[in-house]
Design a protein around this ligand. Structure first.
Ligand code: SF4
Length: 194
């Protein structure tokens, strides 16, 4: 059974790992565009992109430059520190995501029963989190799963704060990707040396 599941996972990777280009972008460029579309305000820097792609900062800068030359990404001063650069999708970049080769797989997942979607998500999360702990590496994920998120209040007084950056986070931004994410359970496992 495990081998069969592995084969299916490898087959699903055809949606985002491919030779050459699709709609003019390589698989790495698609990965970067997808990440920048979902990254939160702390995670749109060239170094966060390099971290996400698992590459050097100079390779990530080349990918960002390629996206910029196609008018899909723009470099802007970081709102909270003008010396830093934020990589932001342009309007063209947002529209271009409609051509994402991963959309076909996403649409198949959306068509699943909601209970099956939750089950699949939780199972994959649990398997992959175990691998990340084993390799002692972090991955980008959303605030709502992060140990640094503090949630206070209820109803219209409900608000969120990041303990790491010591800044407030709007509720709509808590589902964006963060390169500094640290899972609640991972931290305990890392400290315990599991
Ligand atoms: S709470 Fe975690 S995921 Fe959210 S911004 Fe802070 S470090 Fe990133």
């Amino acid at each position: 059974m495990a081998i069969e599941i592995l084969k299916l996972l490898v087959r699903s990777a055809d949606s985002w790992i491919f030779e050459g280009s699709l709609s003019g972008l390589s698989d790495r460029e698609w990965m970067a565009l997808r990440y920048l579309a979902r990254a939160n305000k702390f995670s749109r820097t060239p170094s966060a992109l390099a971290n996400f792609l698992g590459t050097t900062r100079s390779a990530a800068s080349q990918i960002a430059a390629a996206l910029q030359s196609k008018g899909l990404v723009a470099r802007k001063p970081f709102a909270e520190d003008k010396r830093s650069i934020a990589l932001c999708l342009t309007e063209e970049g947002e529209k271009f995501l409609k051509r994402d080769p991963m959309n076909a797989l996403r649409d198949r997942l959306v068509a699943l029963d909601v209970t099956d979607q939750f089950r699949l998500r939780d199972t994959l999360r649990s398997v992959l989190d175990g691998l990340d702990v084993g390799k002692r590496r972090h991955h980008a994920d959303i605030c709502t799963e992060c140990m640094f998120l503090i949630e206070r209040g209820e109803g219209k007084d409900r608000h969120f704060r990041c303990q790491l950056f010591r800044k407030s986070i709007a509720q709509k931004d808590t589902t964006q990707l963060c390169a500094y994410f640290e899972g609640r359970s991972e931290r305990g496992q890392l400290q315990a040396g599991v």
